[in-house]
Unconditional design. Sequence first.
Lengths: 243, 329
Amino acid sequence: MASSLTIEGVSAGYGAVRVLEDVSVSVGAGQTVALLGTNGNGKSTLMKCVMGMVRPFAGRITAEIDGTRHELVGRSTEAIVDLGIAFVPEGRRLFPRLTVTENLMLGAFRKTARAAIARNLDFCFETFPRLKERRGQLAGSMSGGEQQMLALGRALMSAPRILLIDEPSVGLAPVLVRRTIDKIKELKDGFQLTVLMAEQNFTQAIRIADRGYVIVHGQIAFEGGSAEELNNNELIRKFYLGL
Amino acid sequence: MRGKHFLLAAVAVAALVFGAARLVNNGYVFFAGYVVLQYVVLATAWNILGGYTGYVNFGTAGFFALAAYTTVALEKLTPLPLPVVMLAGGLVSGLLGLGMGYLTLRLRGAFFSIATLAMAVVAQTFMVNWSFVGGSSGAFAIRPPRTALFGIDYIQYLFLLMLGLAVLVIVVARLIERSRLGDGFAAIRDDELAAEASGVPTLRLKLLATALSGAFMGMAGAPLPYYVTYLDPPSAFSLAYAANTIAMPLIGGTASWPGPLVGALLIATMQQVATVTISSAVNLLIVGLMLVAFVIAAPYGIIGWFGIGRPDRRRGRKRAVPKLRERDA
């Protein structure tokens, strides 16, 4: 059974600064939804709201996981991870002084995840053979692409149903961006995940996204039901691609 | 080495130390040794928070002295055996750690450190104004010449208690390092946001670290009134405790339990020798100079020379040094 995520009328910010204004986003079961927008428009803040790292002023965030509905606002981050929602933060944010294996093990810190730790570790190494080769190496000494793979692997260690990925392309060479995006698609299919992905790289993100939202100054400026719709949208051409 | 074997080995070493100290047959050995052991406990306790989770605590004197004053207060209320008093002091300082953690752990880096320093100042002001425990004029604690049970010389008894505490804190620190808890602490130290995103309950672990660290500092401080026999706020809350306790793990190495142990043994012994041969006034100078020297000569502490806790030499294999600079800055 697949899982879905619904964000309704969320407003959030930091102190007096309002970043998000009445944002509604829905990620249907088994979908990949892209959250598009340039820097400083609130993509990361929205993800942090879902993960309980930023508490919204207003709005509701609900996740339906394997048929059960959960209200997310007010829950701690670790409780949200426990429900089956994993987060790959922007810029990978690995534990640089720990080894690849240690990084992966920390992804399964929660009790629920520890039950299946051996199976998940095997799966991670199967999906990312490079990680297996480098399992004893320090995470901080790997290349950017390998680090991104490790960040994805670490998120998968909690055996999530919903995966949130914040800017997977940041700091990667163009060829690696393409490979990473392909990998996300592969993982989504293999794990039957529901994916919400924030991305600046419009052309890459749209390759695997079923739907997309364009976020401008903390508000949803456009909602595209398909990749084509997004591609041909006037707003995107103007604001985003600068055409 | 398994946990049980390590405990046995630690107890054996402690027994040897005590036996050797008795062989010297000079009361001063116990007076000096007590201070060295006290710093072993303080440095190891500090490292649980400072080394494992990366939160630098400048408030050692606060935790330490609060427990010492707990002893003074308890002595006025009801006579209790010293080990019980130490537990009480540990409890009070542990609670202080929990409360301080709850209020300040949203702060990171230097801001957290400043808050801990402020906490020690607040605690000192409180004690200066609390006349029940002597206020600014201080309080006397009468040290019995011998213990009621077995009739051991009291300073030897204090030495023995501190030795036992040192064994306990080292065993606990080593246990933490090898447990999932230690992994969680390391994750917080390396990248707190990522730890949170991985489901590590960061606030709970940090509170546990501050409470544990504070409790051990308190247990080290509780016998102090009987050691000095006269306790007043400026000496109990002396900044030297904070400075020494930070310098010792940094000089020894913060990554693992041998670091604070080696650092404390080295610095505290040097200070004791200097106190006798030169003057106690040079003690902080020693720490300052050593810290400068070791930051240059041993950035990973003394244990780093042996490959312990060096990111580039873990598990004995040579590896490329990871680029940590950008994030550490």
